[in-house]
Design a protein. Structure first.
Length: 242
């Protein structure tokens, strides 16, 4: 069976998950969004993947030429075609808010950390890097499909949508050192991070309780994905500290 698939476009309706691991996570998390699973003839796990797809009525295509044209990783033999989607964020669960993130690799890495620490709701304040770009999807190792992602035109729009969340903006000059800022018991909260180059605007110091991550003077700041992971771990670990 032959299929005609187009290279990824930001303004298109589909994205691609490259690699068997990412494709399997997509099938498990969002089977209704999978359009096609493309398998290269060199893939050794075809039988297992076909069974997963048959159970969920997902089409499987074996077409090496189409696969090579779309997949940019020579050592990857599975490619999933996924419909892009916008999810709703829960008003009762913690959020991660990224204000104008610019790097697709960071987005994918943050999504993976979110799934690992149990943060499943991501707000992206635009302009922002394309989280559906296959580079971001691959960096997440498929964890992105376990995370609900919603875009907002401004931080004010996000705040208006979720006025009940306690806010913790992460800033170099934050009011409290991480570990001293306790997450609230009776209300949901949001950890807010700025972009890679400039961080958060100084005005965020007056938004909620600003937090700083203690670090040595050998670096001026941490990578966004690292900072987000550190913050998520610290806040999630309070669950077990009591």
């Amino acid at each position: 069976m032959k299929t005609i698939l187009q290279p990824y476009r930001k303004d298109g309706g589909d994205t691609y998950a490259s690699g068997a691991y990412a494709a399997i996570e997509l099938i498990r998390a969002r089977p209704e969004k999978v359009k096609t699973i493309l398998i290269h003839s060199a893939y050794a796990g075809e039988e297992h993947l076909r069974r997963m797809c048959e159970q969920r009525r997902i089409p499987v295509v074996c077409d090496d030429r189409a696969f090579v044209r779309l997949n940019q990783k020579e050592n990857s033999y599975v490619l999933a075609v996924c419909e892009k989607y916008e999810a709703r964020l829960s008003p009762d669960e913690p959020h991660i808010v990224l204000v104008n993130p610019a790097d697709m690799g960071n987005l994918g890495t943050i999504a993976r950390a979110m799934a690992g620490f149990g943060f499943l709701h991501l707000a992206l304040v635009t302009p922002a890097a394309d989280i559906w770009n296959p580079k971001a999807v691959r960096a997440s190792m498929g964890a992105l499909f376990h995370v609900n992602v919603c875009h907002f035109e401004s931080f004010a729009r996000y705040r208006a949508a979720f006025p009940g969340h306690a806010l913790f903006p992460f800033m170099l000059g934050g009011e409290l050192e991480l570990g001293l800022a306790s997450r609230p018991q009776a209300r949901p909260y949001a950890l807010v991070f700025g972009n890679e180059a400039a961080g958060l605007d100084p005005s965020f110091a007056g938004v909620g309780t600003s937090v700083r991550i203690p670090q040595t003077g050998l670096v001026d700041s941490l990578n966004l994905a690292v900072a987000a992971a550190v913050g998520m771990y610290a806040f999630s670990s309070q669950e077990y500290a009591r």
